[in-house]
Design a binder for this molecule. Sequence first.
Ligand code: C5P
Length: 230
Amino acid sequence: MDRDVIIACDFSSKEALYGFLGKFGDIKPFLKVGMELFYKEGPGMVRELKEKGYKIFLDLKLHDIPNTVYRAMKNLASLGVDITNVHAAGGTEMMRYAKRGLEEGARGNLPLLISVTQLTSISEEILRKELLIGASLADTVKAYAQNTKEAGLDGCVCSPLEAPIIAGLGLLSVTPGIRMEGDGKNDQKRVTTPAMARELGSAYIVVGRSITGAADPAEAYTRCMKEFIG
Ligand code: C5P
């Protein structure tokens, strides 16, 4: 299994991102580009990063009717990204269409396609009172992961604590909620260290503030890689 540390690039502009990447010298980390940066800078920035040799997890969490997601994925695949994702709540058929879009749009390497089961911002109470879903959060996560498997996707975004369940289905897990020993939790509720995530079977850890907020981001990244990859 490939394992890697992905830096969550929660920056508001390309200039801020490039200023940050400038601190890494020749090191080219795997980067997660999310909605904030993508909607500001567009696909051109993703192409530019790929041309510079970065691996990209494009975290746009698509969720729409199957045909629309299929067409959107075709376009995203043509950017040459390495990982992208959808909401499992869009259903199994939507996930199958997403995969087909990637297969048809990919130039060269097929990006890994993963699903978001439940957002960590969704609580049992929101599930019941707002979304009128009677099943427990844990049961919906398991069912969505099962659907993800049936649709032929590669894995799920989840907490490292849920990675063993995901691995049991033969799926890989991409796990945020990582903090280096001694760092603050910020708004994350359940955090694990890179070493703990490795033990629990995470394939990729997504690390934001423990690296982006460090006094020496390249040093924090190298330390994180050493702890996670060995
Ligand atoms: O700074 P931090 O390490 O907490 O950043 C984690 C990254 O992972 C952020 O980009 C956040 O949006 C993302 N994420 C998360 N929890 C999820 C899904 C994504 O923290 N369940």
